[in-house]
Design a protein around this ligand. Structure first.
Ligand code: AMP
Length: 424
């Protein structure tokens, strides 16, 4: 098969690494890709917003399957456009991608189908929103509708903070004024991520993970796209995984089918594991980044037939095998991230680092300059490792990190602490 992956981050590098190992894959392309992905796939300069250019590329190069990494092209309907042109594509169509693209849609779907989630209301104006926040009291969570690259959520500790967030969102503080916001109760518990593969009718579990969103050790500092992750999440026992499938994933798949927007692709449920069970914080309609990297390290089965089966509605009798090992990834970012940072700084020592047992290095934002590798983004490298425990994976990943010579980069030193503290 000729396969095209869309995206350019560590998630897409991990997908390319896994799919390049498939006996089914003949030619593997990635658009636009990065310097690390170029070791696994042929990188192509396509603009992901230009669906016609993607279709033309697929026709010329006889692409048998397109795998879409990021949420923006999914929410823009790239899967519908590819499929309409006769190109098979893995991922949800535009209407199904509303599970991530519209918080209001997702919350209403939960309410209508009794999927456990925080109580909420939707607002189109600041006045009523503030009245509601005052009535409910703090802590309270304010969310802007629409994609906001992880920046559209404020967990307000006081009513004044909630009011400020409401004003900020309605007056364009996130780039453009929110057309709607959701205000919801603050959930208490431990967060975890759960991934399932869906084919429109049914779903099979992938695995669980936990990530670290804050920039500094001890989960302090600003929110980022994610500074590290590990899988499995210790809190996700087999019983809890089964509850998430029965109480959240399957009801979602059934509800989307009933709405005429069958959900195909990866369903990523952001969860709060509360005292009385799992609550949905949010849906994402794709693999997480960096969670995908640790999932791919743990997946024993070939990924390509699984993605094809999801696209073809054939998951019913499908089974995936996983390594019992844990996997962990440390994100190395450019100094200054998530604020201002420099591009083009030199990274050395990657080959030495990759020789550490169990280690795999995925590139999140790099470019090649002759034989040199330069940083080309905020999150730049994912240093990943497998191990018998999270602790062993953590030790291996940091051994590799210490071999990388990149004076202009930094990483957290405590990825996985929650699992390691529990003796995992
Ligand atoms: P989201 O973009 O919806 O995943 O929200 C980003 C982060 O905000 C989550 O990972 C949680 O840490 C936090 N968060 C969102 N909604 C809630 C909620 N209802 N209760 C507590 N924390 C929340």
């Amino acid at each position: 098969m000729n396969i095209l992956i869309l995206g350019s981050g560590g998630r897409e590098h991990a997908l390319a690494w896994k799919m390049a190992a498939s006996p089914l894959s003949e030619r593997l392309y990635c658009a636009p890709g990065n310097a690390g992905i170029a070791q696994e796939a042929e990188c192509v300069a396509l603009d992901l917003a230009d669906h016609q250019a993607a279709i033309a590329f697929c026709k010329t190069n006889r692409i048998d399957l397109v795998v879409v990494g990021p949420e923006v092209p999914l929410c823009a309907g790239i899967v519908d456009d590819l499929e309409a042109a006769g190109v098979k594509a893995f991922g949800p169509g535009k209407w199904a991608a509303r599970l991530e693209g519209s918080k209001g849609f997702a919350k209403d779907l939960c309410k209508a189908n009794k999927i456990p989630t925080a109580a909420y209301e939707r607002f189109k104006g600041a006045g009523a929103a503030k009245d509601y926040a005052r009535k409910k009291g703090a802590p309270i969570v304010v969310k802007a509708d629409g994609l906001a690259a992880g920046k559209g959520v404020v967990v307000a500790e006081t009513v004044a903070e909630a009011e400020a967030a409401i004003d900020m969102m309605f007056t364009g503080g996130l780039g453009k004024p929110a057309w709607e916001i959701v205000i919801e109760d603050c959930l208490v518990g431990e967060e975890a991520s759960f991934f399932a593969l869906c084919d429109g009718e049914t779903a099979i579990p992938l695995a669980s993970a936990q990530d670290h969103k804050r920039v500094f050790d001890g989960d302090k500092g600003s929110n980022t796209g994610g500074m590290g992750a590990y899988s499995p999440a210790p809190i996700m026992t087999p019983e809890m995984n089964a509850r998430v499938m029965n109480e959240i994933v399957m009801p979602t798949v059934r509800a989307m089918k009933a709405l005429g927007a069958p959900y195909k692709g990866v369903l990523f449920a952001g969860l709060m594991i509360a005292k009385d069970g799992p609550q949905l914080i949010e849906y994402n309609v794709r693999f997480g980044d960096p969670e995908c990297q640790v999932l791919m390290l743990r997946l024993m089965s070939d990924l390509v037939p699984a993605l094809l089966a999801a696209r073809d509605g054939q998951l019913k009798n499908f089974d995936l095998r996983w390594y019992d090992d844990a996997a962990l990834t440390v994100v190395m970012a450019a100094k200054g991230y998530p604020g201002n940072y420099q591009r083009g700084t030199l990274i050395e020592g990657l080959e030495e680092a990759a020789k550490v047992e169990g280690v795999e290095i995925f590139h999140a934002g790099t470019k090649a300059d002759g034989g040199r590798i330069l940083a080309n983004g905020g999150r730049v490298l994912n240093v990943c490792a497998r191990g018998k425990s999270v602790r062993e994976a953590q030790q291996r990943a940091y051994t590799a990190v210490d071999k990388i010579k990149w004076p202009d980069g930094f990483c957290r030193r405590d990825i996985g602490w929650r699992a390691v503290e529990r003796g995992k």
